[in-house]
Design a protein around this ligand. Structure first.
Ligand code: RET
Length: 263
Protein backbone atom coordinates (compact mmCIF):
# COMPACT_ATOMS: atom_id res chain seq x y z
CA UNK A 1 0.00 0.00 0.00
CA UNK A 2 2.96 2.29 0.68
CA UNK A 3 3.94 4.52 -2.22
CA UNK A 4 7.44 5.99 -2.49
CA UNK A 5 6.62 9.16 -0.52
CA UNK A 6 5.31 6.92 2.23
CA UNK A 7 8.87 5.88 3.00
CA UNK A 8 11.19 8.08 5.01
CA UNK A 9 14.66 8.38 3.48
CA UNK A 10 17.57 7.56 5.78
CA UNK A 11 18.27 11.29 6.10
CA UNK A 12 14.68 12.05 7.04
CA UNK A 13 14.69 9.22 9.58
CA UNK A 14 17.89 10.55 11.17
CA UNK A 15 16.56 14.11 11.24
CA UNK A 16 13.39 13.17 13.12
CA UNK A 17 15.34 10.76 15.35
CA UNK A 18 17.77 13.54 16.29
CA UNK A 19 15.14 16.20 16.84
CA UNK A 20 13.12 13.94 19.16
CA UNK A 21 16.33 13.07 20.99
CA UNK A 22 17.17 16.77 21.35
CA UNK A 23 13.64 17.40 22.64
CA UNK A 24 14.01 14.64 25.21
CA UNK A 25 17.37 15.95 26.45
CA UNK A 26 16.15 19.57 26.61
CA UNK A 27 13.03 18.67 28.59
CA UNK A 28 14.87 16.36 31.00
CA UNK A 29 17.71 18.70 31.88
CA UNK A 30 15.56 21.82 32.08
CA UNK A 31 13.38 19.93 34.58
CA UNK A 32 16.39 18.99 36.69
CA UNK A 33 17.75 22.55 36.56
CA UNK A 34 14.43 24.10 37.61
CA UNK A 35 13.77 21.62 40.41
CA UNK A 36 17.30 21.99 41.78
CA UNK A 37 17.17 25.79 41.40
CA UNK A 38 13.78 26.14 43.08
CA UNK A 39 15.28 27.58 46.28
CA UNK A 40 17.22 30.28 44.44
CA UNK A 41 14.10 32.50 44.43
CA UNK A 42 11.94 33.88 47.26
CA UNK A 43 9.27 31.44 48.56
CA UNK A 44 6.45 33.43 46.91
CA UNK A 45 7.93 32.68 43.47
CA UNK A 46 8.69 29.00 44.05
CA UNK A 47 5.32 27.86 42.74
CA UNK A 48 6.04 29.46 39.34
CA UNK A 49 9.41 27.69 39.15
CA UNK A 50 7.95 24.35 40.28
CA UNK A 51 5.17 24.56 37.70
CA UNK A 52 7.77 25.32 35.00
CA UNK A 53 9.73 22.23 36.06
CA UNK A 54 6.55 20.16 36.07
CA UNK A 55 5.77 21.24 32.49
CA UNK A 56 9.17 20.07 31.23
CA UNK A 57 8.95 16.90 33.35
CA UNK A 58 5.57 16.00 31.79
CA UNK A 59 7.09 16.70 28.39
CA UNK A 60 10.12 14.51 29.22
CA UNK A 61 7.75 11.59 29.66
CA UNK A 62 5.92 12.30 26.41
CA UNK A 63 9.12 12.81 24.42
CA UNK A 64 10.29 9.45 25.71
CA UNK A 65 7.02 7.91 24.48
CA UNK A 66 7.29 9.66 21.08
CA UNK A 67 10.92 8.66 20.63
CA UNK A 68 10.10 5.06 21.42
CA UNK A 69 7.00 5.14 19.23
CA UNK A 70 8.93 6.68 16.33
CA UNK A 71 11.59 3.97 16.51
CA UNK A 72 8.93 1.33 16.60
CA UNK A 73 7.02 2.73 13.59
CA UNK A 74 10.02 3.59 11.41
CA UNK A 75 12.78 1.21 12.51
CA UNK A 76 12.56 -0.59 9.17
CA UNK A 77 13.35 2.60 7.21
CA UNK A 78 16.79 1.45 6.02
CA UNK A 79 15.16 -1.66 4.54
CA UNK A 80 12.39 0.47 2.98
CA UNK A 81 9.85 -0.73 5.52
CA UNK A 82 7.73 1.76 7.44
CA UNK A 83 4.63 1.48 9.52
CA UNK A 84 3.41 5.11 9.66
CA UNK A 85 0.04 4.05 11.06
CA UNK A 86 1.83 2.93 14.22
CA UNK A 87 2.99 6.51 14.90
CA UNK A 88 0.60 8.13 17.33
CA UNK A 89 0.33 11.94 17.27
CA UNK A 90 -1.88 11.63 20.36
CA UNK A 91 1.18 11.78 22.64
CA UNK A 92 1.75 15.37 21.57
CA UNK A 93 -1.85 16.34 22.14
CA UNK A 94 -2.03 14.74 25.58
CA UNK A 95 1.23 16.49 26.41
CA UNK A 96 -0.18 19.87 25.30
CA UNK A 97 -3.47 19.28 27.07
CA UNK A 98 -1.52 18.99 30.33
CA UNK A 99 1.27 21.49 29.72
CA UNK A 100 -0.42 24.42 27.97
CA UNK A 101 -2.71 25.24 30.93
CA UNK A 102 0.32 24.86 33.24
CA UNK A 103 2.38 27.24 31.08
CA UNK A 104 -0.36 29.82 31.48
CA UNK A 105 -0.43 29.18 35.25
CA UNK A 106 3.35 29.72 35.51
CA UNK A 107 3.14 32.96 33.55
CA UNK A 108 0.39 34.32 35.79
CA UNK A 109 2.06 32.96 38.96
CA UNK A 110 5.36 34.72 38.32
CA UNK A 111 3.61 38.06 38.00
CA UNK A 112 2.22 37.54 41.54
CA UNK A 113 -0.98 39.40 40.69
CA UNK A 114 -3.73 39.85 43.25
CA UNK A 115 -5.62 36.59 43.77
CA UNK A 116 -8.83 37.88 42.13
CA UNK A 117 -7.05 39.08 38.98
CA UNK A 118 -5.12 35.82 38.81
CA UNK A 119 -8.17 33.58 38.89
CA UNK A 120 -10.18 35.80 36.55
CA UNK A 121 -7.43 35.54 33.91
CA UNK A 122 -6.90 31.79 34.40
CA UNK A 123 -10.63 31.02 34.41
CA UNK A 124 -10.70 32.33 30.87
CA UNK A 125 -7.34 31.08 29.60
CA UNK A 126 -7.41 27.47 30.79
CA UNK A 127 -10.74 26.41 29.17
CA UNK A 128 -9.72 28.21 25.97
CA UNK A 129 -6.39 26.32 25.91
CA UNK A 130 -8.18 23.00 26.42
CA UNK A 131 -10.67 23.80 23.63
CA UNK A 132 -7.84 24.80 21.26
CA UNK A 133 -6.06 21.48 21.73
CA UNK A 134 -9.10 19.22 21.76
CA UNK A 135 -10.38 20.80 18.53
CA UNK A 136 -6.96 20.51 16.85
CA UNK A 137 -6.50 16.81 17.55
CA UNK A 138 -9.00 15.31 15.06
CA UNK A 139 -7.40 17.47 12.35
CA UNK A 140 -3.85 16.32 13.06
CA UNK A 141 -4.80 12.68 13.64
CA UNK A 142 -6.99 12.77 10.49
CA UNK A 143 -9.92 11.31 12.40
CA UNK A 144 -13.16 11.02 10.51
CA UNK A 145 -15.72 12.67 12.77
CA UNK A 146 -18.93 13.59 10.89
CA UNK A 147 -16.75 13.89 7.77
CA UNK A 148 -15.30 17.21 8.99
CA UNK A 149 -12.09 18.06 7.09
CA UNK A 150 -8.76 18.58 8.96
CA UNK A 151 -8.64 22.20 7.81
CA UNK A 152 -12.00 22.86 9.47
CA UNK A 153 -10.74 21.44 12.78
CA UNK A 154 -7.71 23.69 12.42
CA UNK A 155 -9.95 26.69 11.84
CA UNK A 156 -12.16 25.86 14.84
CA UNK A 157 -9.06 25.48 17.01
CA UNK A 158 -7.83 28.90 15.87
CA UNK A 159 -10.81 30.63 17.53
CA UNK A 160 -9.76 29.84 21.14
CA UNK A 161 -6.12 30.42 20.05
CA UNK A 162 -6.88 34.01 19.05
CA UNK A 163 -8.88 34.50 22.23
CA UNK A 164 -5.87 33.39 24.34
CA UNK A 165 -3.62 35.87 22.52
CA UNK A 166 -6.18 38.61 23.10
CA UNK A 167 -6.36 37.94 26.85
CA UNK A 168 -2.58 37.71 27.16
CA UNK A 169 -1.86 40.88 25.27
CA UNK A 170 -4.71 43.16 26.16
CA UNK A 171 -5.86 41.99 29.59
CA UNK A 172 -2.50 41.00 31.02
CA UNK A 173 -0.96 44.15 29.57
CA UNK A 174 -3.08 46.19 31.96
CA UNK A 175 -1.49 44.49 34.98
CA UNK A 176 2.01 45.38 33.82
CA UNK A 177 1.72 48.96 35.00
CA UNK A 178 2.19 47.68 38.54
CA UNK A 179 5.52 45.99 37.80
CA UNK A 180 9.06 47.40 37.82
CA UNK A 181 10.83 48.42 34.63
CA UNK A 182 13.19 45.40 34.66
CA UNK A 183 10.25 43.02 35.10
CA UNK A 184 8.18 44.72 32.38
CA UNK A 185 11.13 44.28 30.00
CA UNK A 186 11.37 40.55 30.75
CA UNK A 187 7.62 40.01 30.57
CA UNK A 188 7.54 41.73 27.18
CA UNK A 189 10.31 39.40 26.02
CA UNK A 190 8.30 36.49 27.34
CA UNK A 191 5.21 37.60 25.42
CA UNK A 192 7.24 38.01 22.26
CA UNK A 193 8.62 34.50 22.70
CA UNK A 194 5.11 33.27 23.32
CA UNK A 195 3.65 34.71 20.14
CA UNK A 196 6.68 33.65 18.06
CA UNK A 197 6.62 30.07 19.32
CA UNK A 198 2.89 29.51 19.69
CA UNK A 199 2.50 30.79 16.13
CA UNK A 200 4.74 27.95 14.92
CA UNK A 201 2.14 25.32 15.92
CA UNK A 202 -0.68 26.39 13.56
CA UNK A 203 1.87 27.07 10.77
CA UNK A 204 3.24 23.55 11.23
CA UNK A 205 -0.29 22.17 11.26
CA UNK A 206 -0.97 23.84 7.89
CA UNK A 207 2.34 22.60 6.40
CA UNK A 208 1.52 19.06 7.49
CA UNK A 209 -2.06 19.08 6.20
CA UNK A 210 -2.51 18.43 2.47
CA UNK A 211 -2.62 14.82 1.44
CA UNK A 212 -4.93 12.25 3.01
CA UNK A 213 -2.40 9.42 3.25
CA UNK A 214 1.08 9.45 4.79
CA UNK A 215 3.52 11.80 3.14
CA UNK A 216 7.14 11.64 4.29
CA UNK A 217 8.11 15.29 3.88
CA UNK A 218 4.94 16.54 5.56
CA UNK A 219 5.53 14.13 8.41
CA UNK A 220 9.10 15.38 8.84
CA UNK A 221 8.01 19.03 8.71
CA UNK A 222 5.43 18.39 11.41
CA UNK A 223 7.75 16.57 13.78
CA UNK A 224 10.55 19.11 13.35
CA UNK A 225 8.18 22.10 13.65
CA UNK A 226 6.36 20.89 16.75
CA UNK A 227 9.57 19.76 18.45
CA UNK A 228 11.45 23.04 17.96
CA UNK A 229 8.38 25.02 19.05
CA UNK A 230 8.07 22.78 22.13
CA UNK A 231 11.70 23.31 23.14
CA UNK A 232 11.29 27.09 22.95
CA UNK A 233 7.78 27.25 24.43
CA UNK A 234 8.59 25.01 27.39
CA UNK A 235 12.34 25.11 28.13
CA UNK A 236 13.32 28.64 27.11
CA UNK A 237 10.01 29.99 28.43
CA UNK A 238 10.55 28.20 31.79
CA UNK A 239 14.08 29.56 32.07
CA UNK A 240 12.89 33.13 31.45
CA UNK A 241 10.21 32.60 34.12
CA UNK A 242 13.01 31.51 36.48
CA UNK A 243 14.99 34.62 35.64
CA UNK A 244 11.96 36.90 36.21
CA UNK A 245 11.42 35.20 39.58
CA UNK A 246 15.04 35.94 40.51
CA UNK A 247 14.84 39.60 39.46
CA UNK A 248 11.65 40.05 41.46
CA UNK A 249 13.14 38.25 44.45
CA UNK A 250 16.15 40.58 44.42
CA UNK A 251 13.93 43.64 44.08
CA UNK A 252 11.80 42.60 47.02
CA UNK A 253 14.46 41.41 49.46
CA UNK A 254 17.80 43.13 50.08
CA UNK A 255 19.00 40.05 51.92
CA UNK A 256 18.24 37.81 48.92
CA UNK A 257 19.91 40.29 46.57
CA UNK A 258 23.04 40.34 48.73
CA UNK A 259 23.35 36.58 48.90
CA UNK A 260 22.57 35.91 45.23
CA UNK A 261 24.02 38.86 43.32
CA UNK A 262 27.37 40.58 43.65
CA UNK A 263 26.10 44.14 43.23
C1 RET B 1 -3.29 23.45 16.57
C2 RET B 1 -4.32 23.10 15.47
C3 RET B 1 -4.35 24.10 14.39
C4 RET B 1 -4.75 25.45 14.90
C5 RET B 1 -4.01 25.84 16.12
C6 RET B 1 -3.28 24.94 16.88
C7 RET B 1 -2.51 25.50 17.99
C8 RET B 1 -1.67 24.88 18.81
C9 RET B 1 -0.89 25.52 19.84
C10 RET B 1 -0.20 24.70 20.65
C11 RET B 1 0.65 25.12 21.70
C12 RET B 1 1.34 24.23 22.36
C13 RET B 1 2.30 24.54 23.38
C14 RET B 1 2.90 23.49 23.93
C15 RET B 1 3.91 23.62 24.90
O1 RET B 1 3.87 23.00 25.91
C16 RET B 1 -3.74 22.65 17.76
C17 RET B 1 -1.93 22.97 16.09
C18 RET B 1 -4.09 27.31 16.50
C19 RET B 1 -0.85 26.99 19.97
C20 RET B 1 2.59 25.93 23.78
Amino acid sequence: MNTLSATLSNGQFTLVYNILSLGLASMLFTSIFLFVGRDRVLPRYRMAVMVSGTVTAIATYHYFRMFDNFNHAFAGTAAGLNNPDAYNVGYRYVDWLLTVPLLLVELVAVLALARAAQSSILNRLVPAAAAMIILGYPGDAKLDIFGIAPSVWGLLSTIPFLYILYVLFIELGKSLSKQSEAVVKKVKLLRLLLIATWGVYPITFILAMGSTGFDASRFVAREVGYSIADILAKCLFGLIIFSIARIKSAEESAEFAKSEFKD
